[in-house]
Ligand binder design. Sequence first.
Ligand code: NAD
Length: 249
Amino acid sequence: MLLKDKVAVITGGAGQNGLGFATARMMAEQGARVVILDLAVADPQAAAARLGAQHLGLVADVTDKASCEAAAAQIKAAMGRIDILVNNAGITQPVKFLDITGSDYDRILDVSLRGTLYASQAVLPTMIAQNSGSIVCISSVSAQRGGGILGGPHYSAAKAGVLGLARAMAREYGGNNIRVNCVTPGLIATDINKGKIPDDKRQAILDGIPLGHIGEPNDVAGCVVFLASDLSKYCTGITLDVNGGMLIH
Ligand code: NAD
């Protein structure tokens, strides 16, 4: 098992059809004790219970620093350590550049970008004290190609910001044996895009994917498990594309 006895925390991990829950499930299968963090409305306790009694679900809003810190303290008390953080929480909005309002901008950047900052700040002191840790940040192909699928320009900016923040963390904490890497998923079938791909756009999207199909949550989960595990122990600051070849660069 790749993650035996590791404690893995996943933000935004409660959605049954989401990348976070697929990652949580695969990490549990690989021997990790998993902590699912999510908003109350997503019911993280129920999601964790679906994985088994040794796993934990906590309400935490990644846009709220105090909420992230409280969750980290509860995890430390319950599990004793924190080995892995997956910064997965994110929201999107399909809107054109000139239509982005200040509150749209704040909302989208706050979850992906501020959320990555706050959740990472909450777990880093524990990882530094352990002299080990692996943080995986979920960015998006949207950051690399300037959107153009479902998210608006502010979503691209948030996800590009995640790449910069993660690389800076990787540089700062390499000496503490903490690795920080990113995954950039292409189009993956989850609730974030369910029913939002118009039929006339679908074929054009598929034509742009060399592997010829939309990805599944487990396609991303496998890559996150790889980056969280010691299989990737000499990788830090990298960006792993999981997009069926949609962006070959
Ligand atoms: P999803 O909507 O199923 O998952 C997002 C989760 O984040 C939800 O469980 C939601 O409750 C949670 N969340 C939202 N705001 C939060 C907050 N303030 N605090 C804590 N949790 C919060 O969608 P998904 O497709 O599984 O998305 C997971 C990640 O992958 C997101 O960051 C998304 O931007 C990214 N992503 C998805 C795709 C795709 O095609 N599905 C592609 C590239 C990147």
